[in-house]
Ligand binder design. Structure first.
Ligand code: SF4
Length: 333
């Protein structure tokens, strides 16, 4: 029977799961993701995690708990830097230790450090290190890594086409399901939803915001749908230096690009309660929004107590306001 590795359905799951799964499968290891977020997974996370961490980290704890007893290993890499420039938030760096020392009776944790600033082949070396846990030789791990990179490339191409990470994962599994969006209502507005992928795409914690917008007749785009080359043109976003944190940097660059182009009807920023980097990021996006008042902007904060009714009311009011404004503008023309 194949060894089973558990991957929590949280944090970088939404950006790297297909790649990680391909790598493990290629070296003969079965991958088990945790289940979709439910109230009980969130409650488990709240119980296990420190009280003052952000909700995405609490959720991660919940997903780790969900995998307890079902897998032989847990994959919780110490992700520091994957692009040679920016680093992940400090919570990512300490994640394996936080989990190891606060959740009891866990299987061994694969906590390989991934830091592409350590040299050209540092990520490849990290994957060779992972392979060693399962007795995979260097050549086998290199081949598996190259295959995983190919899957990652295809996954990212699907994201650029407008699919969400979960849709893209489904298409990779079964290419016949390639059908963009699930809107049933007439679409006449286009919004950008910015924020951390794990906050936006976890439909439980985001109160299903993407689907709600689609049902309100709004086509949604996110930073993951924008080509990285376009984002990198934004350089430091009028700041003396770039933001340190990878995902904050991407969200800020996407906000700059979208405000400047003005080809969208509204921008929503989803921010997580108790997120350190967000306290700065949200302010920077707000300042940009004041500069480009022609693009309506709203911030929505999520936490473990986020109620569906509150979010739904605010979303409907925002969409309604943007729609009326657009209609008034087209009447004036
Ligand atoms: S960036 Fe914010 S939301 Fe994400 S893990 Fe760090 S503190 Fe939490």
């Amino acid at each position: 029977m194949a060894v089973k590795v558990g991957i929590p359905r949280a944090l970088l799951f939404y950006l790297y799961y297909p790649m990680w799964q391909a790598f493990f499968n290629e070296i003969g290891v079965q991958v088990i993701p945790s289940g979709r977020t439910t109230k009980s997974i969130l409650d488990d996370g709240i119980r296990e995690a420190l009280a003052d961490v952000c909700v995405p980290i609490k959720l991660y704890y919940g997903h780790v708990t969900d995998l307890k007893g079902k897998v032989d290993y847990l994959f919780i890499p110490r992700v520091v830097c994957l692009n040679g420039k920016t680093v992940y938030c400090p919570k990512f760096l300490g994640l394996p230790d936080m989990i190891r020392y606060s959740v009891d009776n866990l299987p061994p944790i694969i906590d390989v450090r991934m830091d592409s600033r350590q040299g050209r082949f540092s990520l490849l070396k990290a994957y060779i290190e992972i392979g060693k846990y399962f007795g995979a030789g260097k050549i086998t791990s290199i081949k598996a890594y190259l295959k995983a990179l190919g899957v990652h490339y295809r996954f990212n191409r699907l994201l650029r086409k407008g699919f969400s990470p979960l849709e893209a994962m489904e298409i990779l599994k079964n290419p016949r399901t390639a059908k963009a969006g699930s809107a049933t209502t007439k679409v006449n507005l286009k919004f950008a939803v910015l924020g951390y992928p794990y906050a936006i795409y976890d439909s439980f914690i985001s109160v299903n915001i993407l689907e709600r917008l689609r049902q309100l007749g709004v086509r949604v785009m996110t930073a993951e749908n924008i080509h990285p080359a376009l984002l990198s043109l934004q350089r430091n976003c009028d700041l003396p230096k770039r933001l340190f944190w990878t995902l904050s940097d991407v969200a800020l660059k996407a906000a700059h690009l979208l405000f400047k182009r003005g080809r969208i009807d509204g921008i929503l920023h989803i921010t997580a309660f108790a997120c350190g980097p967000d306290s700065l990021l949200n302010k920077l996006i707000e300042l940009k929004a004041k500069q480009y008042r022609n693009v309506p902007f709203m911030t929505l904060m999520i936490d473990e107590h986020t109620g569906e009714a509150g979010i739904a009311t605010r979303l409907e009011a925002f969409v309604d306001m943007v729609r009326r404004r657009k209609e008034a503008e087209s009447c004036r023309k």
